[in-house]
Design a protein around this ligand. Sequence first.
Ligand SMILES: Nc1ncnc2c1ncn2[C@@H]1O[C@H](COP(=O)(O)OP(=O)(O)O)[C@@H](O)[C@H]1O
Ligand SMILES: O=P(O)(O)OC[C@H]1O[C@](O)(COP(=O)(O)O)[C@@H](O)[C@@H]1O
Ligand SMILES: [Mg+2]
Length: 320
Amino acid sequence: MVKRIGVLTSGGDAPGMNAAIRAVTRVALNSGIEVFGIYNGYKGMVEGDIEPLTKASVGEIIDRGGTILGSARLPEFKDLEVRTKAVAQLQKRGIEAIVVIGGDGSYRGALALTEMGINCIGLPGTIDNDITCTDFTIGFDTALNTIVEAVDKLRDTSSSHHRCSIVEVMGNRCGDLAIYSGIACGAEIIVTSQTGFEESEVLERLRDLDLIKKKRQAIVIISEKITDVHQFAKKVSLHTGFSGRATVLGHVQRGGSPTPNDRVLASRMGEKAVDLLMQGIGGQCISIRNNEIISVPIEEALNMPRDSRKKLHNLFDRLV
Ligand SMILES: Nc1ncnc2c1ncn2[C@@H]1O[C@H](COP(=O)(O)OP(=O)(O)O)[C@@H](O)[C@H]1O
Ligand SMILES: O=P(O)(O)OC[C@H]1O[C@](O)(COP(=O)(O)O)[C@@H](O)[C@@H]1O
Ligand SMILES: [Mg+2]
């Protein structure tokens, strides 16, 4: 059976990564497996920035955002030569298998390492919820809470000043943070890569909200990478009865203490990852589906088409 494993966090950090590190470490140690923390993602693996973890060293972190191991992006990890250096660092320390906590990019690295003889298991650590094979990723629930708290506050001030708040949320190319927060906040308009963005049509809808529906304010939630929200806010002021104000929530969405849901999800997924490594299994990633923790081959996970959020968008349309 595997005697030594490593754990790392990679890509954008996400609240709940620490809870996952803690779960992996404690479940492994309680099963007689030594655990090594690899610092700063694949970068630390290549550079040999690797230290043993103990039960105590992962104490008092379950409630902390960010990642105690640090995270990084290392595009060169795509090169076989760079990965060969990383594998040598692991072999020098007798580390046979790794738990990789990160997003889709990190999963590609995990798959490449598995193909080089180091069994890897991926845990979905990203606020974006853009890993198709799992209903939820670790960090999504916390980021959603952060957005909802911010938008609720924006609504207070918007309605006092007859304003339209245009709120840009993260998600990379995935609209989940936008559609979930839009429903939770009772936004007037949601724009994601799925809805598309017809500027003139959104302005028309805002005019209607002002003139016909007599709304005191309007909230538009828009996914990042779709349009320049500051420019759009100016157009709202020019072409509708609302004055437009843009808020880019930015990296604040990535921080903060993880919600209980994210802590429990991370703990359940961490346990499953260690159980698979103990069975000599690699090249899989952990998912939650219908509240069951399951594993899926990474290759399959990366090629799965994204589930359409049509039902959520339909619900939103029926709530406005
Ligand atoms: N095709 C790949 N092969 C090997 N490693 C990869 C590959 N794609 C990404 N990675 C590694 O994973 C890291 C994190 O990926 P990135 O897409 O930035 O974040 P995330 O994992 O959160 O999606 C990259 O910086 C790189 O080190
Ligand atoms: O931290 P950076 O480099 O500005 O990256 C921002 C990106 O990272 C994220 O916050 C998280 O993405 P990943 O989890 O895939 O790394 C995205 O929502 C956003 O587009
Ligand atoms: Mg990603």
